[in-house]
Design a protein around this ligand. Sequence first.
Ligand SMILES: Cc1cc2nc3c(=O)[nH]c(=O)nc-3n(C[C@H](O)[C@H](O)[C@H](O)COP(=O)(O)OP(=O)(O)OC[C@H]3O[C@@H](n4cnc5c(N)ncnc54)[C@H](O)[C@@H]3O)c2cc1C
Length: 377
Amino acid sequence: MLTEEMQMIRSFIRSIAEDHLRPLAQEVDEKEEIPRMHYQLLSEHRLYGMNVPEKFGGTNISACSHLLAIEEVARCCASTSVLLTTQALAIAPILIGGSEKQKEKYITPLATGARIGAFGITEPQAGSDTARIRTRAEKDGDYYVLNGRKVFITNGGEAGIYVFVTTVDKSMGNGGITLFIVEDGTPGLTFGRKENKMGIKGSTTREVILENVRVHRSQMIGEEGSGFRVLMHSLNHTRPGVAAQALGIAQGALDEAVNYANERKQFNQEIIHFQGVQFMLAEMATQVEAARRLVYYAGELLDQESTDVIKVASMAKLFASDVAMKVTTDAVQIFGGNGYMKDFPVERMMRDAKITQIYEGTNQIQKLIIAKQLLRR
Ligand SMILES: Cc1cc2nc3c(=O)[nH]c(=O)nc-3n(C[C@H](O)[C@H](O)[C@H](O)COP(=O)(O)OP(=O)(O)OC[C@H]3O[C@@H](n4cnc5c(N)ncnc54)[C@H](O)[C@@H]3O)c2cc1C
């Protein structure tokens, strides 16, 4: 159950998302760009830092409230919601493994939205298998020299603060993984072309190239070789955000399908009176509500700092993203031929939903994580 405070937060964010984000969602998709006004809106309403301590620029309301914000933003504009989930992805490793100095210097501008963040894990040969990361970090006195290529990086070329996953010794597998904070403008940090994607088209995705990027050791998060633990812990914190994004997309598509079914007439009656359509809508609504319970449960576990979040975060991401894919596809069906047209929003929502089954660990990887938690040691 949502507390009264959370219900108020939800209706407030819903109203700003409906007034300011929904009207531009189609344009964001077509122009493949998020307007500056959307960045400002999230920042003005302090949506980036709802789960971040006040001393680092956040409002520290709760992880659950942050999930509500992502859900409500995604319900109206999935691309804009990626700003929230990616900012959380950049904040998490610094909050979990960073020094007080790093937190003050980097989390504050990320939590307030003064600077945009990005997190670079994926490489051409290392997607699900992070142990195969090749981006090298070589020690040179008080500095490290980073060399490698990251692919599919959200906010690549747009962000001011990057967190990169590197290895100090690739023969050590996960034991060599080390994280670094790199600021935009650091010599040797360059970007590839903007990827042409299926969905979340307003969000920028680029290759990021690190060529002799020299960073002081004070930019390292934690110790050499401590990165894998921080990385896994960070993803446990951020996956509920992707689940909330999927939930929002699914809810948005359900709302559109219900409205359309109440208005579209065939055989002299609104199509909602046909049992075939009613059954589809009933299943969609049930799935969305079940996903919502799991997403909010993951948020509660985050707020309680429970270790059960490892399993439940993956369950929430797995379930909510599958629901988003199913519900948006069924919404297109309910719209008939119109559903296939870009003039109606459900086509965009179906394309936007797909990514939630892929990034921050594919759903196959989520199943591995869940199963690992069920194994008797
Ligand atoms: C739009 C977009 C934005 C992204 N943003 C970022 C970002 O900001 N930062 C970042 O670091 N990355 C980002 N990514 C990368 C994303 O996290 C990876 O694409 C994802 O983790 C999968 O890796 P992969 O693409 O290499 O697929 P692969 O790992 O090659 O997987 C291919 C297929 O094999 C399956 N598979 C792999 N291993 C197993 C296994 N052990 N068991 C069963 N099935 C398996 C997968 O589930 C998948 O179906 C983004 C990707 C996209 C498309």
